[in-house]
Write a protein that binds this ligand. Sequence first.
Ligand SMILES: [Zn+2]
Length: 354
Amino acid sequence: MTEKPRVVLFAATLFMAGCAAGGDDTPTDASAPATVGDAQFEFTEIVPGVYQARGVGDLVVGSNAAVVVNDADVLLVDSHITPAAANRLLEELRTLTDRPVRYVANTHWHFDHAHGNQVYPPDVEIISHEATRAVIASGGSISGRSYESFIGALPGRIAAMEAALDTMSDAAGRAELEETLEQQRVYYAQTQEVIPTAPNTTLSERLTLHRGDREIRFLFFGRGHTDGDVVVHLPGDGVLITGDLMTAGIPYMGDGFVEEWIDTLEHLKALEFDWIVPGHGQAYQDRGRITHVQDYFRDFLAQGRALHSAGVPAEAAAARIDMTAHAEHFEGVSGPGVSPVAVLRLFELLDADQ
Ligand SMILES: [Zn+2]
């Protein structure tokens, strides 16, 4: 299945947030997008009836979603970052189909994939790994390192922008900053409307839906990006929806289990599919990217372990870890130094092992 993905809707401004990382690569064979009104989502048809929904407007949506249009209903994979984003997706979804959304999946518990859950009525099945449900049900999606750095820090960032605006005289610069500031104020207000809503259907290893002729497999292969990453495999369509186990670049590692993640990715390589629909960035066909991520993780782990053994603090280690050997596969890598949060997380795991 190598036909062109068809872009259905497009709006001009890209504004990404949440646990995105890395570049936003062009799909292998994308057709030119069409512009329609002030659409906040771009729907790209990967194969017939399976779409990738990406935020392309001012509305902060966080992650990608995937839309699977079945004979009688719709499955949405990931529910976005706020009820505002989730509701807008439902509205724009009507340009694709009038079939009801009967299933939603949370690939993992990160706020940008699960904080739209509350907009769905109780008869919609929200499916996740049992660990994902446990984290959301106990308030873990509105606390902790990742939530604090991306959402908890928003008022401070807004205040810093307001202070910068006070000292800025350049008119064009002011206009641009004012626009960003307004986006962030709206976004912050939307995050305050979130009521974390736990999935109502869980799996420990696998769950299969049969909708018409389509088989939809929800699979857990071990810990990775979080402790409960589920991939959605559509074997008959040749599509694998990975959540943040794979993104367009190097996935966010702040809540990850990097060593186990390498093994989990090995299981993905054993599946049959033509397309990867990642948690962030555009869909792609090059499954070799899974190996590139594994190689990156192995190298990161080896360098991190050596620095940890030598007693180098995490912050200093982050500056010294050199991943430039992987630059040809990851455009965000341009010299020594990695994300401090990735190293903090690794050191936390290594400390726990001792
Ligand atoms: Zn994530």
